[in-house]
Design a protein around this ligand. Structure first.
Ligand code: HDE
Length: 736
């Protein structure tokens, strides 16, 4: 990778010198607050805020000089053989070394998350770029330049922890900010809307999309009967379904996705004034997606495509970055909209309410342990510091208790907040005590409050801070709610429009993106067993857009049914920001070039391609028929990064074939080499090649166009790394 790590956001050098790789730090349990507002590290909270100091607690290094012991610290003499009576005799129960090892192994797994089980994670920092004290009293946002550590987890929703990375699915986008005033968890998705309006529908939604209850399949897929049965009966889900059928649901990389807090939140300033906001993460690498055929082939070529991509880019110093933005919602403006800003199935177009950037997140450190960090991290949307608060969005309200609850079930104890990845990096003090797996030893007599022990010379413990503590904002009467209506089990009338925004989304896309969406509907509905369910979905699509409905019906070979009943759509202004292809072409930075090299190839061409790609911050992998190396013309040996069979072209953004005549001729008899090129061509990628490779291109059906280049055109290839030849699509994939 040519990208030079930004030293200001690289893990701290001082920490690395301290012999702990910047990863260890004082245990929060030891950071007892002193009366002068400092903690035992001597840092004030404000200083900790700007440095991200505090570090991570409780890391174990595997010192090669250390002696192997049991969990009780008893030295082990032999880790290869269990204790037997006679060399070929029975194993003895007495062998506590064996028993402890197997006992521990038997209990290594914890319940996986009911949703978002498969995730990829990284540590990083968040830096405030614009202070917003007028909006929030949160200490983090008081000064530009304030920093705190963060931990991010990106996930698929439906699949299990061991499922693939690239199914068609929504992606979770969860960030834990370790602020000086406690943890703030912004637990969002990569779409700005959700499937349901009320938390009471969540178990039904998830049961319908997960593998079917009787047969236990399909895994990690929405293309099945029960999901679409639910969708067809719940028109409020249609907007998120439109996003699910769009290219957003097959991201090219976790580094190339937007993130959305979805709900309308509140910020509260020091005067108690409340402002409604929505949160958005904007990736510095731009939003990019895969093609459907490509994403399904990646599932075979590399199950861990996204996880590997994130890990490798951080390891190489090409730190992924996102800007955090807010949309500030004026209540009078909100009142005038044909939808409710408290409805999580609705987005707020950026053209109407611009996204204002307030900070940048940089992910700069991979985890050390998948289980301790990825599996054990516990996000809770109810974790908010003073100055950030909730609204009455009925989906958000349900989430506020679900996450705490699920962590107890998943992590087994109310003390899950003590796990290193979950522990706040600021002082933490209260009178909560005991519980399973209590890992701290609270000192003192007082575990209740009020108490007067201090007046007897004993430690009385912490007290609530009326001024600095979290104070709940007043109810959202300013958004038109009337508590005097009494307790009601109803859906507000302002939540009734299910078709206008799906229509706006469809009409905001380019014809290419619309075509992808149509194909996705046809693919998914073709997997639905009952024609009545397909017809019911079509009846809703008619209300969204007649052209969309007609094309999907045609793809399914079905007649159009009557349009569904429901509040008719109004024509909202299309929003260009909702389209990926209407944005400027993203940079080559962060992209991957695959160069297939054969014996006898011209090494200078390979060097030039590598240099050009790396100069733009792209990475390069040399692929060869055999992993050992290739012998270039002139006899130099070139080491390969991978072998043809294990490095499918679907894992690259563009490819080159630098082959000699003999090398190319041999590859024309190699099915994988032919697939390598025919897939790259079918996925609309740029291909550069030597003239000698032409027979291979012919065999793979690669036809000439603007994206088929000579091997010497390194600049041309790099300029097309983040692009696809959309014109080629029409000649290869049937239009829907
Ligand atoms: Fe979640 N969700 N959710 N969700 N969600 C969970 O919590 C839930 C919703 C989201 O990487 C669970 O720790 C309910 C919206 C992400 O660890 C669980 C409702 C959004 C993650 C849960 C929603 C999300 C979760 C499962 C409807 C986007 C992964 C494991 C009221 C704004 C976090 C866990 C991670 C995880 C419940 C709706 C995002 C069961 C009841 C809307 C990114 O608590």
């Amino acid at each position: 990778m040519a990208t030079t790590p930004d030293k200001t956001i690289a893990p701290k050098v001082a920490d690395q010198k301290a012999g702990n790789d910047g990863k260890t730090g004082p245990n929060p349990a030891e950071q007892r607050p002193l009366h002068d507002g400092t903690n035992s590290t001597g840092l004030t909270a404000a200083y900790a805020e700007t440095t991200g100091a505090g570090g991570e607690p409780q890391q174990i290094t595997q010192d090669p000089a250390a002696r192997l012991t049991t969990n009780q610290g008893i030295p082990v003499s032999d880790n290869q053989n269990s204790l037997r009576l006679g060399a070929r005799g029975p194993t003895l129960l007495e062998d506590f070394v064996l028993r402890e090892k197997i006992f521990h192994f038997d209990h290594e797994r914890i319940p996986e998350r009911i949703v978002h089980a498969r995730g990829s994670v990284a540590h990083g920092v968040f830096e405030v770029t614009r202070a917003i004290p007028e909006l929030t009293r949160a200490a983090l946002f008081q000064k530009a330049g304030n920093r705190c550590d963060v931990f991010a987890r990106f996930s698929t929703v439906a699949g299990g922890a061991g499922s693939v990375d690239t199914p068609r699915d929504i992606r979770g986008f969860a960030v834990k900010f370790y602020t000086a005033e406690g943890n703030w968890d912004l637990v969002g998705n990569n779409t700005p809307v959700f499937f349901i309006q009320d938390a009471i529908k969540f178990p039904d939604l998830i049961h319908s999309v997960k593998m079917e209850a009787d047969r236990g399949y399909p895994q990690a897929a929405s293309a099945h009967t029960t999901f679409w049965d639910f969708v067809s009966l719940m028109p409020e889900s249609l907007h998120n379904v439109m996003w699910l059928m769009s290219d957003r649901a097959i991201p090219r990389s976790l580094r190339m996705m937007e993130g959305f807090g979805i709900h309308t939140f509140r910020m509260v300033n020091a005067e108690g004034k409340s402002t409604f906001v929505r949160f958005t993460w904007k990736p510095k690498l731009g939003v990019q997606s895969l093609l459907w055929d490509e994403s399904s082939k990646i599932q075979g070529a590399d199950n861990d495509f996204h996880r590997r991509d994130l890990f490798e880019s951080i390891a190489e110093g090409a730190y992924p970055q996102w800007d955090l933005g807010i949309q500030i919602i004026d209540p009078a403006w909100a009142d005038a909209q044909p939808y409710d800003v408290l409805d999580a199935t609705k987005l707020i177009p950026e053209e109407e309410v611009p996204v204002q950037i307030i900070g940048t997140m940089t992910l700069n450190r991979n985890v050390d342990n998948h289980f301790a960090e990825n599996e054990q991290v516990a996000f809770c949307p109810s974790n908010v510091p003073p100055g950030i608060d909730f609204t009455d969005d009925p989906l958000l309200q349900g989430r506020l208790f679900s996450y705490l609850d699920t962590q107890k079930s998943r992590l087994g104890t109310v003390n899950f907040h003590q796990l290193p990845i979950n522990a706040p990096r600021c002082p933490m003090h209260n009178f909560q005590r005991d519980g399973m797996m209590q890992m701290q030893i609270p000192k003192g007599r007082a575990s209740y409050e009020p108490n007067s022990l201090a007046s007897f010379g004993e430690v009385g413990g912490p007290r609530a801070d009326a001024a600095g503590g979290f104070r709940t904002a007043q109810p959202a009467t300013d958004l038109g709610n009337d508590p005097a209506e009494g307790k009601l089990r109803v859906r507000a009338e302002t939540f009734a429009d299910h078709y206008s925004q799906p229509r706006m989304f469809f009409r905001s896309l380019t014809p290419i993106e619309q075509g992808h969406q149509v194909s996705a509907f046809v693919f998914e509905l073709s997997k639905v067993e009952f024609p009545q369910v397909r017809a019911r979905v079509l009846s809703h699509l008619r209300n969204i857009d007649e052209d969309l409905a007609a094309r999907v019906a045609d793809g399914l070979g079905m007649d159009l049914p009557q349009a569904a009943n429901g509040k008719p759509a109004v024509d909202l202004k299309p929003s260009d920001q909702l389209s990926i292809l209407k944005q400027p072409l993203p940079p080559a930075k962060g992209r991957k070039l695959g160069i297939l090299v054969t014996d006898g190839a011209d090494g200078a061409l390979v060097d030039a391609l590598q240099a050009a790609a790396k100069a733009e911050g792209a990475s390069v992998r040399i692929v060869a028929p055999k992993v050992g190396s290739v012998k270039l013309a002139g006899g130099t040996m070139l080491a390969a990064d991978g072998q043809l069979d294990g490095e499918a072209s679907v894992t690259f953004d563009a490819v080159a074939v630098i082959a000699s005549a003999a090398g190319a001729e041999a590859l024309t008899r190699h099915k994988k080499a032919i697939d390598w090129l025919s897939d790259a061509f079918a996925h609309l990628k740029a291909i550069a090649h030597t003239p000698e490779a032409q027979p291979l291109l012919d065999k793979a059906g690669v036809a000439k166009d603007d994206f088929i280049l000579g091997a010497a055109d390194a600049q041309g290839l790099v300029a097309r790394l983040a692009d696809r030849n959309w014109d080629r699509e029409k000649t290869i994939w049937p239009a829907m």
